[in-house]
Design a protein around this ligand. Structure first.
Ligand code: AMP
Ligand code: MG
Length: 367
């Protein structure tokens, strides 16, 4: 029903080049095989299919076809210097597209694939520059979601897939959010239910001597260090004041952002609650609709138009899982001014804070 509502809302501004987007629900029945075959056929023919992965929904195109990659950028409104991640479904396919001179990639693959980990490696010529934003390196991931794996296989083995959102919006954690952004712009949406993790994959760059995390995620620095020895993290991704460009081109863009203004209030828990309530009262006085990203521990302490708990502080995985959904819900509510509590920047917390900081355009209010 939500799907029709989305369509109606968009009906008035139907664009001339709008296409019909097929919507298929993977229901676990024998028909799923047919659905995957159809989706694979679309990808092989140069079309676009959105599909679930364990991190967020991806917007897939044939990674070896320059025209498909161009279509992905167009559908997302993504800047063309922001490279795509190539998804594979067999360990042995890694060496067909990337170089692994020191076997570090093989070791990382053995430890974390299939799973939420993307490696940056020197690319081989089969990967067109359109897929890598003109870079001579390629990002590669082997996802663990069975629908993703079966689709990649049906598509011929190499699927370029950024997150299936309009560029700048929060990544979609369920198919309804994909439809919100992509209906009429792509050939098919495969609905495989809600995703598990809810934040994008960890990205580790293996092209230099010292491996570097370019985007934090479910796989943490500590986990990578067990396999690779010393690993560093690109500081530009957590530090607003840095003038240095992040090494992952996409990380310089505003991202994951709700439509209203979001700020993070950081400090002692009691003071944070008090300050957020003051700020909300001020904004309400100016006639603005207010929202708070709280936690289970604090949700009852706030006064705002829209107070949402992102989960318990004791369960970072649950917070990661809910963050993008809540940012999108604020948009649905038309919230204009939002405040969020801050999170620890260790382990999974680092990935959560990284996304929150980007969503807030690095607007942090210390108390
Ligand atoms: P998304 O697919 O939307 O999760 O975004 C992919 C992320 O991977 C972006 O931040 C890109 O900048 C980054 N990325 C993809 N390919 C490369 C590459 N070859 N070198 C560095 N970063 C990359
Ligand atoms: Mg993205």
């Amino acid at each position: 029903m939500w799907y029709n509502k989305t369509k109606q809302a968009r009906g008035a501004r139907k664009e001339a080049d709008e296409m019909k987007t097929l919507y298929e629900v993977m229901d676990g029945s024998g028909k799923d095989e047919e659905r995957l075959k159809k989706a694979g056929g679309i990808l092989k023919a140069g079309g676009l299919v959105a599909f679930p992965t364990e991190t967020v929904y991806g917007l897939g195109g044939d990674a070896l076809n320059p025209a498909s990659s161009r279509k992905i950028y167009a559908a997302k409104g993504r800047p063309s210097d922001n490279p795509l991640i190539v998804h594979i479904c067999r360990f042995s396919d890694l060496e067909r597209i990337a170089w692994d001179p020191d076997h570090r990639a093989a070791a990382v693959a053995k430890a974390f694939w299939p799973g939420p980990l993307t490696m940056i490696l020197k690319k081989k010529d089969v990967i067109p520059p359109e897929t890598t934003g003109g870079l001579d390196t390629v990002a590669v991931r082997f996802p663990s979601h069975p629908v993703a794996q079966r689709l990649i296989d049906a598509a011929g083995g190499f699927v370029a897939a950024p997150s299936a959102n309009t560029s700048g919006r929060p990544s979609p954690t369920s198919a309804r959010y994909v439809a919100e952004d992509m209906d009429g712009k792509i050939d098919m949406i495969l609905d495989g239910g809600d995703v598990g993790i809810g934040l994008e994959s960890t990205i580790v760059d293996l092209t230099e001597k010292e491996p570097m995390i370019l985007r934090p995620g479910y796989v943490t620095q500590e986990m990578l260090e067990e396999v690779l020895g010393s690993v560093s993290t690109d500081r530009t991704i957590l530090d607003a004041s840095s003038d240095v460009r992040p090494r992952a081109p996409g990380m310089k863009y505003r991202h994951y952002a709700p439509q209203g203004d979001l700020a993070i209030v950081e400090g002692e828990p009691d003071k944070v609650v008090r300050r957020i309530n003051e700020l909300c009262a001020e904004a309400a006085g100016q006639g603005k609709k207010t929202g708070v990203i709280a936690t289970d521990e604090t949700v009852r302490l706030y006064h705002a138009d829209c107070v949402r708990s992102v989960g318990s502080r004791l369960d970072e995985a649950a917070i990661a899982h809910s963050l993008y959904r809540i940012l999108r819900e604020f948009d649905d509510e038309g919230t204009q001014v939002m405040y969020s509590e801050a999170f620890s920047d260790r382990g999974m917390g680092q990935a959560i804070m990284n996304r929150l900081l980007k969503a807030a355009g690095h607007h942090v209010i210390p108390v």
